[in-house]
Design a protein around this ligand. Structure first.
Ligand code: ADP
Length: 450
């Protein structure tokens, strides 16, 4: 096992990894920018090292600075958290050259899944159901129009290098196609330096269902069920739950086995998430994330598994601690993401926290790096905390969420907490009856100024 792990991240996810290290008796090294000198992860880690100025490019994304920090502190492994360098294949290759273990999959797996055309091709060959669409990349308007005829409108043009919903355009008819195709390519070129696009049938009212998988890198893999993350704003998840209200045990076992078999066959190591759109009882693969997800705690809650601990163990060459038949679901969990944003327009709201009180009690987990007097720097993501509740069933989880939100105090800045108070008044949230478009529509009529 490693003696010391460096966490190449900040905020709540850095704390999450430091906590796992401490429970395992492993030393932790925090890295930070000058803007984060007073951040909680710096205080909580065993050691901390400043790696650069506020801009993420020059600090949390600076590979030379992070490797130097490993060399200075003697850290043998790096946990990347999510975001930043977590899905950067080049970073992983460089670490291999330096004899530093990356707590995550291989550079090759990251590369395959980082390109959506290659990812889809790989998954299709592994027997995973995919959205019908073009066979690989589409280079010309004429080819795009031909795909439109083959599959029927509406279709969606997507960047193979895409992420965060960028480089994605809807074409509702042949007349729309040229504009959608050219705009998607231009956006993809500008955002990712790669203008390759592909085309998929557009699904009108799907849910977002993702399967948590975990592999040992030696041909064994399990699944830990699904999360329903359909409640999204601008393709960003805001409310996640497990198990999914629309998924029954048989469906879960079937899609779960397909996903676990697929990653076992490629000797995948560590945690991964296979994302699907789910409509009329059918799953359609959209992408695989080769890292820990923000919403992983809902899975941890219902399976009683510490995913970060498991990531660290398999990265150190130890076997997985569970078999598929030992993974049983206990109850229901919900996570809501608290952002430093002002409603109704979700404008960033950095500033100083004058008072912070985290909710507690049975079945409540608050993952946050906030503290009284903390100044939220304006340079990074607006996520300031995740409130996770666990109950015997969905109804109890919702009641607990309502109760926990009532206890939460974050003064000094604006947060998205009132959004969840409002959502909990909606019948559709109580019945679990929502698709990926539900929240956008609800926001239009209930919250946004315009
Ligand atoms: P990104 O990596 O940019 O987030 P994804 O492929 O994960 O891109 O898609 C993001 C979101 O876009 C999905 O969650 C869904 O809301 C929408 N989307 C993507 N593909 C389709 C499709 N074929 N039909 C309908 N919606 C889609």
């Amino acid at each position: 096992m490693f003696d010391k792990i460096l966490i190449a991240n900040r905020g709540e996810i850095a704390l999450r990894v430091i906590r796992a290290c401490r429970e395992m008796g492993i030393g932790s090294v925090a890295v930070h920018s000058t803007a984060d000198a007073d951040a909680m992860h710096v205080r909580m880690a065993d050691e901390a090292i400043c790696i650069g100025p506020p801009s993420a490019t020059d600090s949390y994304l600076s590979v030379p600075a992070i490797i130097a920090a490993c060399e200075i502190t003697g850290a043998q492994a790096i946990h990347p958290g999510y975001g930043f360098l977590s899905e950067n294949a080049k970073f992983v290759s460089i670490l291999e050259d330096h004899g530093i273990t990356f707590i995550g999959p291989t550079a090759e797996h990251i590369r395959i899944m980082g390109d959506k055309i290659t990812a889809k091709d790989t998954m299709k060959n592994l027997g995973v159901p995919c959205v019908p669409g073009s066979d690989g990349g589409v280079d010309t308007v004429a080819d795009a129009l031909a795909v439109g005829i083959d599959f029927g409108y509406p279709v969606i043009v997507k960047a193979t290098a895409g992420g965060g919903g960028r480089g994605m355009k809807l074409a509702t008819s042949a007349e729309d196609m040229e504009t959608a195709f050219r705009t998607a390519r231009a956006e993809a070129k500008a955002a990712f330096g790669n203008d390759e696009v592909y085309i998929e049938k557009y699904l009108g009212r799907p849910r977002h269902i993702e399967i948590q998988v975990f592999g040992d890198g030696k041909g064994r893999a399990v699944h830990l069920g699904e999360r329903d993350c359909s409640l999204q704003r601008r393709h960003q998840k805001v409310f996640e739950e497990a198990p999914g209200p629309a998924i029954d045990a048989t469906t879960r076992a079937e899609i779960g086995r397909i996903c676990a078999d697929a990653v076992a066959r490629i000797n995948y190591i560590g945690a991964g998430t296979i994302e699907f759109l789910y409509e009329d009882g059918e799953f359609y693969f959209i992408e695989m994330n080769t890292r820990l997800q923000v919403e992983h705690p809902v899975t941890e809650a219902i399976f009683g598994v510490d995913l970060v601990r498991e990531q660290i163990r398999v990265a150190a060459g130890l076997p997985m601690e569970f078999n598929q038949d030992e993974l049983n679901i206990n109850g229901h969990a919900i996570e809501v993401r608290l952002n430093a944003e002002k409603l109704p327009n979700f404008a960033p709201s950095p500033g100083t926290i004058t008072q912070y009180h985290a909710p507690g009690g049975l079945g409540v987990r608050m993952d946050s790096a906030l503290y009284d007097g903390y100044s939220i720097p304006p340079y990074y993501d607006s996520l300031i905390g995740k409130l996770i509740v666990h109950g015997r069933d969905r109804e109890e989880a919702i009641a607990r969420l309502n109760r926990a939100l009532g206890e939460l105090i974050v003064d000094g800045i604006e947060t998205t907490a009132p959004l969840f108070d409002a959502l909990l008044l909606e019948d559709d949230i109580h019945s679990g009856d929502y698709t990926i478009h539900w929240l956008e529509k609800w926001l239009e009529t209930n919250l946004q100024d315009g």
